[in-house]
Design a protein around this ligand. Structure first.
Ligand code: CTP
Length: 401
């Protein structure tokens, strides 16, 4: 289960169940979510903004008229930022405001200004919940596609017993996790390689390449989000491990990467080779820094590196293999050639240059498999990685069950 980098806006309205929302913020963040809290004025009578600020690690917004906060992240930006809006607890008053489209405070304004799916967890006295006015408002929201979470029945803070209790934080979290789609790779072990390799020439020099590792890291993160148990084998990059990755192995050279990948894939279901592995290394690594010899050319003799995907493909029991092909020209021809030559299940090909590929924020891919090509048009690397992992999962399930 992961909510890695998911952006969740938690709306807290005035009700005693607001104390449970503190726990909810923790539990959402445990799964890697970014949480921003918007409180109604009523909510501040139950829990202080400082509490939510400390738990979310983000400034808490209450008023629409807070000029300083608006300058930092305006309410429209906040509405666009959110991938999900969860209102917990949702009081009878807040539900009424939502049902009638009011925008008389920050939370209700953000709800109207956002295209994000809205999840509402009512919490109120059982008599209030049963009231025809509340039920009519709830029906209106349902018809409009708002997702109602609960309420549950049981003991209430006011001493009554009945329906109107807010769902528990873990139940609410589960609903939000489920809202991001089914975990297509749940229970699958996935190994992702990422970044460049460095082949040492002498103690201060190396042969490397311009891979930033961002595409591979985004793929690792997307695989986590799809429910996989992910091991990331990383070449020399300065990137933080995506939340939820169970193991990261840092390597430098192609040989080290081969050893790490072979060991990590021993029990893996899928290997995604997003690393830009150097094809050659200096045949000998000098012990001392090589000195310049004025006027004389320096010749480096290079030895071929092992082909990691090729090594895995040659095994009798092998994971589902996905390669990458970054090409400057003739993308399709080279990609199809690599698919066949390396014995892969799929290959993701991309054109390098023109603002795409290495060192760029965006990328575009074409996926080739035995049954044709799938275009994944230009998008951020994280969005593209999500689509790529979904396609890999589809194909994996089709051929391996
Ligand atoms: N790859 C690998 N081991 C290598 C070289 C590449 O596993 N020694 C993998 C990469 O991780 C990538 C794919 O093979 O998934 C394509 O890499 P690329 O360097 O483009 O392929 P090459 O076979 O080296 O072809 P060329 O350099 O001639 O384009």
């Amino acid at each position: 289960m992961s909510l890695a980098q998911r952006r969740i806006l938690l709306g807290v309205s005035g009700g005693i169940a607001a104390y449970k929302s503190c726990e909810l913020v923790r539990r959402l963040r445990d799964l890697g979510a970014e949480v921003r809290v918007v409180m109604t004025e009523g909510a501040t009578h139950f829990v202080s903004a400082t509490t939510f600020q400390a738990l979310s690690g983000q400034p808490v917004r209450i008023s629409l008229w807070d000029a300083e906060a608006e300058a930092a992240m305006g309410h429209i930006e906040l509405a666009r930022w959110a991938e999900r809006i969860l209102i917990a607890p949702a009081s009878a008053d807040l539900i009424a405001q939502l049902a009638h489209g009011f925008a008389n405070d920050l939370l209700t304004t953000v709800c109207l200004a956002s295209a994000a799916p809205l999840y509402v967890a009512p919490a109120m006295n059982q008599q209030m919940w049963a009231h025809a006015a509340v039920q009519a408002n709830v029906d209106t929201l349902r018809q409009r596609g708002v997702h109602l979470l609960g309420p549950a029945s049981g003991d209430q803070a006011c001493g009554d017993i009945g329906s109107g209790r807010m769902l528990e934080p873990l139940e609410l979290r589960e609903a939000i996790v489920a809202s991001f789609g089914n975990a297509v790779l749940r229970g699958r072990k996935v190994v992702v390689s990422a970044g460049p390799t460095y082949e040492d020439i002498d103690p201060v020099r190396f042969i490397g390449n311009r891979s930033s590792g961002r595409m591979g890291f985004a793929v690792a993160e997307a695989a986590v989000q799809a429910g996989a148990e992910v091991t990331l084998v990383a070449g020399p990059v300065s990137l933080a491990t995506p939340p939820g990755v169970v193991r990261r192995i840092d390597v430098r050279s192609a040989n080290q990467m081969r050893d790490a990948v072979v060991a990590a894939t021993a029990h893996a279901d899928i290997y995604i080779g997003a690393a830009a592995v150097g094809d050659y290394r200096p045949a000998e690594v000098a012990d001392h820094k090589i000195k310049k010899r004025d006027g004389a050319a320096l010749e480096l003799s290079l030895a071929e590196n092992p082909d990691i995907l090729g090594t895995l493909a040659a095994q009798t029991v092998r994971p589902f293999l996905v390669g990458f092909a970054a090409e400057t020209h003739d993308v399709e021809r080279y990609a199809r050639d690599k698919l066949a030559r390396k014995g892969l299940d799929m290959i993701a090909a991309n054109q390098v240059g023109g603002g795409l590929g290495f060192e760029a924020a965006d990328n575009a891919l074409t996926l080739y498999g035995p049954d044709g090509a799938i275009e994944l048009p230009r998008a951020s690397k994280s969005e593209l990685a999500r689509q790529l992992v979904a396609k890999i999962a589809e194909r994996y399930v089709a051929v391996r069950g």
